[in-house]
Design a protein around this ligand. Structure first.
Ligand code: UD1
Length: 373
């Protein structure tokens, strides 16, 4: 049985790494890695393959850049050509980026089965491109691997049959635990940002790249003003996404003196920073979950989240772009008045094994008639 494991953008790489490792443990599973090329900078892509021990992609579609339609179209055309010459039995997509959407549509139209890892998450905010990607991918997938119970509830509400839904936990947490163990054995002084960490007793880590926050001059300026106030008491370090860098240059926005802007970091160097941070300020999806897994206070610069368990059980709070909400939450964190949180069910490092246990018998049972039950 031949599986295609799809990755395209930065948040995909940490999800395919543990799945590939679990597949490697089973002799009967043959898989190929397809990199769509959605992210292409060395520090947005290649470095993750190296650090996360992902083998080189079997296919690279080189489909980065452009508008949503251009990018999605390039990925679809490239992926269709690959599937025509090397037809897989199953296409496994992860997350909610344009590559997830593009490859699932191509596979499904070629009557190839699709498995979606991180299925069922909903922000109910259609102004977010990822929400559209999540909805379309889930509308046509054959197998659903789910990270939190709300994902199960959403898919049942959308009429999915229960047998196709598998609550397995989070592959990204598998990767987090794996890399943490490696990091513990390393000398962190090799990371250039370790000197920042060592020279500040307390610090905060920032990431920001959502179009709603960074593509608009006023929104971005307001956020930076608030971060600047925070940084007078808590120095901030901010590995800056290419999209955000482009906006800051275009709008001529300067960070405050205590906000250290740096290039995007590798997984390990970033983990070395945020695992000991006083707080994380972010609009990322994954970081809301990773901070919950390690119990680090997280303020999410968004009005909604598709990952509600990080709030109900974890250490995350939604603060939007409101200066007042962000500063109130900041005061509470500085006064050590923050929830401790708990690690959600099945976020235990074994999600990829559960996925592999589930797909192996299905692939073999259905080898004859090509149908998933
Ligand atoms: C994408 C995902 C988003 C994810 C984010 C993580 C979609 C719709 N969005 O957003 O869900 O959270 O990745 O990073 O799929 N660029 C570079 N170098 C790169 C990558 C991008 O310069 O290596 C530039 C692109 O040319 C473009 C901009 O950054 O101008 C945005 O890239 P794109 O892949 O379209 O979306 P992201 O904002 O990265």
């Amino acid at each position: 049985m031949n599986i295609f494991l799809i990755a395209g953008a930065r948040p995909n790489f940490m999800k395919i790494a543990p799945i590939a490792r679990a597949f490697d443990q089973r002799e009967t599973i043959i898989y190929k890695i397809v990199h769509t090329g959605q992210h292409y900078d060395q520090n947005m892509s290649d470095i993750f393959f190296k650090e996360l021990d992902i083998r080189q992609p079997d296919y690279h579609l080189g489909a980065g850049g452009g508008t949503h339609a251009q990018q999605t179209a390039k990925i679809m055309t490239g992926f269709e050509a690959v599937c025509e010459t090397d037809r897989p039995d199953l296409v496994m997509v992860v997350g909610d980026v344009n590559s997830t959407l593009a490859c699932s549509i191509v596979a499904k139209k070629m009557e190839i089965k699709v498995a979606h890892v991180e299925a069922g998450l909903r922000s109910f905010d259609l102004s977010m491109p990822e929400e559209i990607n999540r909805m379309v991918t889930d509308a046509i997938s054959d197998l659903f691997f789910i990270t939190e119970e709300q994902g199960m509830a959403n898919l049942l509400k959308e009429g999915k049959s229960k047998e196709k839904l598998h609550f397995v936990g989070h592959v990204m947490v598998d990767n987090l635990f794996f890399q943490l163990k490696k990091l513990a054995k390393m000398d962190s002084a090799i990371f250039p940002t370790d000197s920042f960490k060592q020279s500040h007793a307390n610090y905060g880590v920032v990431t920001l790249h959502r179009p709603s926050n960074v593509d608009n001059r006023e929104a971005l300026q307001t956020i930076f003003n608030t971060f600047s106030t925070i940084s007078e008491r808590l120095p901030l370090i901010f590995p800056i996404h290419p999209r955000t860098r482009k906006s800051m240059d275009a709008f001529n926005i300067k960070p405050g003196d205590n906000i250290k802007l740096i290039e995007p970091l590798s997984y390990m160097e970033f983990l070395n920073l945020w695992q000991d941070a006083k707080l994380v300020l972010t609009d990322s999806g994954g970081l809301q979950e990773e901070t919950t897994a390690l119990g680090i206070p997280c303020l999410t610069i968004r009005e909604n989240t598709e990952r509600p368990i990080t709030i109900t059980e974890g250490t995350n709070e939604l603060v939007g772009t409101s200066r007042e909400k962000i500063l109130n939450a900041f005061e509470n964190i500085m006064a050590n008045n923050w929830k401790n949180g708990q690690r959600p069910k099945f976020w235990d490092g074994k999600a990829s094994e559960r996925i592999t246990d589930i797909i192996q018998p299905i692939l073999f049972r259905d080898a004859g008639d090509g149908h998933f039950s």
